[in-house]
Design a protein around this ligand. Structure first.
Ligand code: SAH
Length: 268
């Protein structure tokens, strides 16, 4: 583009305004309103009979466009995270009839009233973990396994817990089939963390908790970071980063408003 001086500034301001708007949209569509009440942002009528199934090259082009939108639309520039988002075949993590919407800028239902988060939110939560190639990371809320696969593109030490057995089982099968065989999947209540595998350098919670579970804070390594949506079930939550310094002191940073399915305590 050939822009200078004030027009460039104007373009920057427009871009900033656009980013703000998109972030506000992210609030509406971000994570995961329960599939039952219409899963905010999840388009309907997607399984029209006879709709052509997109081929691999179409899916790859859509995946590239998704990454471009995360990078240029939302302004996320972390190369490691963008590479991870580019590498994971998101269409494998959504129900077959929603495959053609797999790379859209919104959440999608994955069954059992749960949802896979909007791609940008997955990318931003991953970025906030500050992962290194040897980080040990715990995810609470495996769902489809998509976020776990994104994490596994960065580090082989991924542990993920899902409270709904059918989801835990299918995510474990899917991850193994796609070659993410270092990811450890467990059926259980992630509120309690995974003590036998602690401490973790990073913890990502992909369901909304009324407050950050104490066992998770305890299982965070010194210097570790947790990303978690905090707020009452059914309301907009605040995405928070919880940082534990080398001396064990905990600091909370608010990030943005999001809407995730609630963290529940009942095994299903
Ligand atoms: N990260 C997922 C999306 C998660 S949706 C993905 O990439 O597809 C949130 C998930 O959290 C749901 O599957 C829900 O069943 C699960 N969940 C809710 N409470 C939980 C708990 N206490 N422990 C573990 N999983 C929980």
């Amino acid at each position: 583009m050939n822009m200078r001086g004030s027009s460039l500034r104007g373009a920057r301001e427009t871009a900033t305004r656009l980013t703000v708007c998109l972030c506000l949209l992210a609030v509406a569509a971000a994570g995961c309103s329960s599939g039952d009440n219409g899963s905010a942002g999840a388009p309907s009528g997607s399984g029209a009979p006879g709709a052509a199934r997109p081929g691999e090259s179409t899916l790859a082009a859509r995946r590239e466009a998704m990454v471009r939108n995360i990078e240029r639309g939302y302004g996320l520039s972390d190369k490691t995270v963008l590479a991870a988002m580019r590498a994971v075949p998101r269409h494998e993590f959504v129900p077959p009839k929603l495959r053609r919407l797999a790379y859209a800028d919104g959440p999608l239902p994955i069954g059992e009233g749960q949802t896979i988060s909007q791609p940008y939110i997955v990318a931003e939560m991953t970025r906030q973990l500050h992962l290194k190639s040897d980080s040990r990371v715990l995810e609470v809320g495996t769902g489809s396994g998509y976020q776990a696969a994104v994490l596994a593109e960065i580090t082989p030490h991924v542990f993920t817990i899902e409270i709904v057995k059918s989801l835990a089982d299918s995510a474990a099968r899917r991850l193994a089939r796609l070659g993410y065989d270092t990811v450890a999947v467990r059926h259980g209540d992630g509120y309690a963390g995974w003590k036998a595998r602690a401490p973790f350098d990073a913890i990502v919670v992909t369901c909304g908790a009324a407050e950050p579970p104490k066992p998770l804070i305890d299982q965070l390594a010194p210097g570790g970071r947790m990303v978690i949506p905090v707020g009452e079930a059914g309301s907009v939550q605040q995405l928070q980063v919880i940082e534990k310094d080398a001396d064990g002191k905990v600091t909370v940073y608010p990030l943005m408003a999001v809407r995730f399915v609630p963290l529940t305590r009942e095994l299903r």
